[in-house]
Design a protein around this ligand. Structure first.
Ligand SMILES: C[S@@+](CC[C@H](N)C(=O)[O-])C[C@H]1O[C@@H](n2cnc3c(N)ncnc32)[C@H](O)[C@@H]1O
Length: 391
């Protein structure tokens, strides 16, 4: 494949950069406004990405073959259209992409966003994007894909918009994608994600261990193994009226009350042993078992300390890493995922140097695009234009 040039908009720490470089690309421009992401980008690629794309003039963006962007999802004003403005995207970050496409006419585009982009604002956001890319002269294919489809143990569905200039190829863009429903072969413990020797600072605290031990006892003791509702311990034995609650909430309360009645002997003893959970924070008094019957103990699952309670998931794949809080706990190891392990879940190479501040590193990996997904789809996209593999 020929060497090609790409630009990396909303660059973050360069998930696109990694994928495009692997495919033989050279980054000729990157744009980012977050200071710590800019530092990480410089540290890893030697490229200064510090600029606000809304302030960059067309002529300051070098010519390129591929435009990459994991752009923030924003609603477009419907009022604009009704009032007869000709550009409903104006003032949004998508507008910057469109502006650069019109000015630079790259052959290919690779965009990524949350899956919700397709349904956001009653599908208005998506129909505007589709129409505007079409008007800008691009033929697009849309793929929803998650790293677990490539054997990477992370469930992270994202929408990928893959496009090519219509004068280059105007037929249907078809992408070969592995089955989304097949999660059977996934096992994070066997996927080479976890390190065996990890700094003590990632261990869960004594208090967290106590909370999880308590809830594990609860799960072992009750008669229900598939729990389809959140456990709210405050409802055990409660009788106050639920008339003022919305239906969904009253239903959850009733299910908790019924569970209590059916397991009264055990739950009473359990509550007594754990001082009515009085030592726990209110969020730690709530529990969500989302692992079906695939595991039989909390310590075999992945755990998240969420505002809505403690959530346990099956160990086949991590829930999507998201920016900031709620770093998943690996039950088996009684510790949190490390930044290096987060890098692996996002398919960044071992040579990648994460931000030295863990908080920033988690945030950056949580915001990033999965490298292997981009590479897998872009490789197929390139075949439709002049960058196709030599026969
Ligand atoms: C979802 S993240 C993209 C992450 C990236 N794809 C990666 O792999 O790391 C969106 C990024 O857009 C950046 N951003 C937001 N507004 C921007 C602007 N006006 N100019 C440049 N970057 C911007 C944010 O700081 C954020 O890092």
């Amino acid at each position: 494949m020929d060497k090609f040039k790409f630009i990396d908009l909303f660059a973050g720490i360069g998930g696109f950069h990694q994928a495009m470089t692997n495919l033989g690309g050279e980054c000729v421009f990157a744009s980012e406004i977050d200071e710590s992401a800019i530092k990480t980008y410089m540290n890893n690629y030697g490229i200064d990405s510090a600029n606000d794309i809304t302030k960059v003039k067309d002529e300051d963006i070098p010519a390129h073959d591929v435009l990459c962007a994991g752009f923030p999802c924003q609603a477009f004003s419907k009022a604009g259209k009704q009032l007869g403005f000709d550009d409903p995207t104006k003032g949004t970050l998508f507008f910057e992409i469109k502006r650069i496409l019109l000015a630079k006419q790259p052959e290919y585009i690779v965009l990524e966003n949350v899956r919700n982009l397709l349904s956001h604002d009653h599908h208005n956001t998506w129909s505007v994007i589709e129409e505007e890319l079409d008007k800008a002269g691009y033929n697009i294919g849309v793929v929803v894909m998650s790293p677990h489809q490539l054997g990477i143990p992370q469930l992270r569905e994202r929408v990928y918009i893959l496009g090519i200039r219509k004068d280059v190829y105007d037929g249907k863009l078809v992408f070969d994608i592995p089955d989304r429903n097949d999660k059977s072969s996934l096992n994070a413990y066997e996927a080479g994600i976890f390190d065996s020797d990890v700094d003590e600072k990632y261990s869960i605290s004594e208090q967290e261990e106590e909370v999880l031990t308590c809830w594990d006892e609860f799960y072992q003791g009750i008669n229900l193994k598939v729990i389809g509702f959140p456990i709210w311990s405050s409802e055990f034995g409660a009788t106050y009226p639920l008339d003022d609650y919305p239906d969904w909430k009253a239903e959850f309360c009733n299910k908790n009350r019924k569970l209590y009645e059916e397991n009264k002997d055990f739950i009473d003893k359990w509550l007594k042993k754990w001082d009515n959970l009085s030592r726990f924070t209110p969020t730690n008094r709530k529990f969500e078992w989302q692992a079906g019957t695939s595991i039989t103990s909390i310590w075999d699952g992945y755990i998240q300390f969420r505002p809505s309670g403690i959530r346990v998931k099956r160990p086949n794949a991590f829930p999507a890493l998201v920016a900031l809080v709620q770093i998943p706990v690996i039950g088996k190891y009684k510790r949190r995922l490390t930044p290096r392990e987060a890098a692996r879940l996002q398919s960044f190479p071992e040579t990648f140097v994460p931000d030295e501040n863990d908080f920033q590193a988690y945030k950056q990996f949580g915001n990033a695009v999965n490298v292997n997904c981009v590479e897998y789809l872009s490789k197929q996209l390139l075949q439709y234009g002049h960058l196709k593999d030599d026969e």
